[in-house]
Design a protein around this ligand. Sequence first.
Ligand code: PEP
Ligand code: MG
Length: 378
Amino acid sequence: MLLKGARAREIKDSRGEKTIEVEINGCKASSPSGKSKGRYETPSFHKSLKWNVDFINKTKFDIEIDEFNDLGKVEKFIKQKAKLKNVREFGANALYAFESAMLKAIAKEKGKELFEIVSEGKTIDKIPVPVGNAVGGGVHSHNKEHPTFQEFLLIPKEKNVKNNVRIMKEVYSKIGRLLKSKVKNDEGAWQTNLDDEEILEILKKFNNVNVGVDCASSSFYCDGEYNYKNKKLDRETQIHYINSLIKDYNLLYCEDPLEEEDFKSFSKLKKSEKNMIVGDDLTVTHIDRLKRAIKMRAINAIIVKPNQNGSLLELKKIFEICKKHRIKTIMSHRSGETMDDALADYAVGFQADFIKCGIATKWREVKLRRLVEIEKIV
Ligand code: PEP
Ligand code: MG
């Protein structure tokens, strides 16, 4: 098909913040936005959201696009037209929404599903396991008294997605009752003033889910110290503490347990098949930081957020590198989400091991529903 032009407009995400939606041949795609952003993430827009909207609306493309790798032609064109050294300078939110709309348009033209365009005809061996944020803390909290860690995650143990989603929702509701919480944060996770270990004590009672945490440590780290609600830990004691939490609470998943500059300390954490040390702010979905993390044995799993990078071609490379080095992959939403459900297609198309897209609220539920739908198709 010939990509002639695209339409872009400003929309609001689930937090009411401005982001971008792009429409190509009747196919709409949008970008979410984060609150606990990594220092090295690609900025969301080039000069401003308005600049990107104007650029997309005014540009005549005239590019033949038929398959995933044609994103290369579009990235080259954008780079030249906008006079950029690297296409990511276009802004990750703008680039991701544009590329995603383009892939949706190709899928529509060919009568295929989006995940089939992304997988480029390769067999779909697995449907990613959902990882759901049940209890929230850190910078995602609205209440003053809150847990230090940002997310307390449920990872259901069933083989099929439909059952996993059901289990996750059931456990999430039970946790809400146990916490006596009626308030939810931006992502729909329960709010509480309990501390981290009190929450983990509750979560460990459920046999049908594995437990994970996103510590988002950079958000409570300052000048060599990790500042908890009730204690301060230096680098070495933080490593020790995280290793003991993994053991005591049988954590399958531990995201950003150390601050985003400290690759060296990440490499000192115990890792095994049964415990994932996950990079998010550390790796920010960037190839160079992933390579550095692999070289230093800093992680054995990585969060992949399309709008931390912007380029879906780079995401493809990231998945290839991870497969080669046996790094588990978690395709992830942002705390400020849109109603776009394409994340599920990218998770399946790139064959991610997990998908972190929340549990409750309509913005999260559309992605889970799409995942269940894909499971029926493949
Ligand atoms: C995260 O840290 O994993 C996350 C989803 O946060 P945000 O989207 O706020 O950056
Ligand atoms: Mg994170």
